[in-house]
Structure formats: C-alpha cells, structure tokens
Design a protein around this ligand. Structure first.
Ligand code: ATP
Length: 269
C-alpha cells in the first residue's frame, strides 16, 4: 500500500481582498511535508497576497491547516509561534541594528539554531557588528533568511528571495535555500526560473488570483513549453525553450513577464 504523506500546509478556498478588490480568489493547494513547493504566476496574480493571507497579514476567508490543525483563526504572531517561518519579499531587516542584534531579536525560543545559521552564512558572522542598513541587498537577504532559520519551523514561506540580486548572489541564496530545505519544507515564491528548477519539487501556479494548476512536478512543468508559456509567459529572447535556456548566463533570463494575468482563461486545476 502506498504511503501518502500528510501535507504540512493545506490551503482551502482561501480568499482575500485589499481595499475592496479581491486579490486571492478561492485558492486551494497543499505544501508537501518535504522539499520546495514553488508558487508561481505572472506579476500581480496574487502570490505575495496568498502568502500574506496564509499568515494572517491580510484578512481572509477559507481554511489553512498547519500539520493538520486549523490556523486560519489565529493572529500572525501566533501562527509564526506555531512554526510558520516567514521571509518577506522586502527583507525587512532592522536597518539601525547590527546583524547580531537582528538575529538575536528573531530568536523565538531557548534553542536557536545558531550553528546552522553560522554554517550557512559565514559572511554574517564576519559582519555581526555591522549595521544591517549598510549591508548589500544580498547580505540583507541572508539576514532575513537567517532570522527565519534560527527557529525550528514546520514550514518556511519565502517570498521572492532573489529579487534584484546579482547572479552570483542569486546562486548563493539558492544554495542556502537548498540546504535549508533539507530540514524544513519550503513554500517559495520565485520569479527566477533557474532557481525554481534548482530547488522546487512541485509547483502551484496562480493566474488572476486563482489556482491555474497545482501539485505538478516542477521539472515536468518547466519542460512543458506550451503549458509553461500559457501560464507564465516568459521573455524568450527568441529562444525556443526558455525554461531550459534560463539556466544559463543572464540574471534576467527566464524571469517571468509583467504581462497582465489572464484571469479565467486557463483553468488546469
Ligand atoms: N497594498 C496594496 N494596495 C492595493 N493593491 C494591492 C496592494 N498590494 C497588492 N495589491 C494588488 O493585489 C494584486 C496582487 O498583488 P501581489 O503582490 O499579491 O501579486 P504578486 O503575484 O505577488 O506580484 P509580483 O510577482 O509582482 O510580486 C495586484 O493587482 C496588486 O496590485
């Protein structure tokens, strides 16, 4: 008999609005208890809003279960305490505090995983006395990731960790996430498809605030050129297979476009 693992996060019929406009519409998907699940979609389809709705930063309807227990009625701080690590899109380091102070503030319990963080981010150890506001974007991203990894989480929600970073730093962040994913399941919003290919085991794709496809093997999705184009629409630069070609040299290769979402057009899910 096949053993079907319980998902660590189960999102069902999640809807959320901002200023009266519905930005997340009846979204349902699951995050397996291991590996990286990529949440994909064109700009503005509602990926960040979905993550914010999951952790209660947007008021929402629907259900969210963490490890089988409902968390959708709880406040954000309680959801985080229960083991949902959150690495926001804009990093949100305390710029007037040092690296060490930023990390210290993030410790939720008496058993911070300092060794793991020091092993993953040796540069931060060297820079522990530096003001976080004076760090580069990539270094700030490391601080943001390190803060989440200090705590023992059941799942990590990571929103566009490589946004605006130079290719070399993108690779470093990707490697740190790969290492982190060995011990904690990750829901990853990521525009860089090279990183998605490196990290993700499954994908969920949003289109116009709704789920267009969910639970598909990441490699199969990225290799399905027709499906991939239809749902994401990428800069091809004339290349026939953008996802595979994106594994190359340029930081912008394989980035998702800023085209308007095609709400209701594609409904694979
Ligand atoms: N504070 C806000 N006020 C008004 N509209 C907002 C706000 N935040 C997000 N939106 C709108 O909600 C929709 C979904 O935005 P969201 O940031 O969730 O999309 P996204 O898929 O994460 O986009 P991107 O890939 O560009 O980061 C967009 O139309 C956006 O303009």
């Amino acid at each position: 008999m096949n053993h079907i693992p319980v998902p660590i996060l189960r999102v069902a019929n999640l809807s959320a609005s901002i200023g009266g406009q519905q930005v997340v519409e009846d979204v349902s998907f699951e995050v397996p208890a291991a590996g990286v699940t990529a949440l994909l979609g064109r700009n503005g389809v509602g990926k960040t809003s979905t993550i914010k709705a999951i952790i209660g930063l947007l008021s929402r309807t629907g259900t969210v279960e963490l490890d089988g227990a409902r968390i959708d009625g709880e406040h954000t701080h309680r959801i985080i305490q229960r083991g949902v690590g959150y690495v926001p899109e804009d990093r949100e380091v305390f710029s007037r505090l040092t690296v060490a102070e930023n990390l210290k503030l993030a410790e939720r319990d008496g058993h911070p995983q300092r060794q793991l963080v020091e092993d993953l981010f040796p540069d931060l150890v060297k820079r522990s006395a530096q003001m976080a506001g004076t760090l580069s974007g990539g270094q700030q991203q490391m601080v943001s990731l390190a803060r989440a990894l200090l705590n023992t989480n059941k799942v990590l929600l990571v929103d566009e960790p490589t946004k605006g970073l130079a290719p070399k730093i993108v690779q470093e962040v990707s490697e740190a996430l790969a290492e982190a994913a060995r011990s904690v399941p990750i829901l990853l919003v990521e525009q860089n498809l090279t990183v998605v290919r490196q990290l993700a085991s499954t994908v969920t794709v949003l289109s116009g605030g709704k789920v267009a496809l969910t639970g598909m093997d990441a490699g199969e999705f990225l290799d399905d050129t027709e499906l991939f184009h239809r749902l994401l629409g990428v800069h091809t630069g004339g290349a026939p297979e953008p996802a595979r070609d994106a594994a190359g040299s340029s930081d912008t290769a394989g980035q998702l476009t800023a085209q308007a979402p095609e709400a209701g057009k594609v409904r694979e899910a």
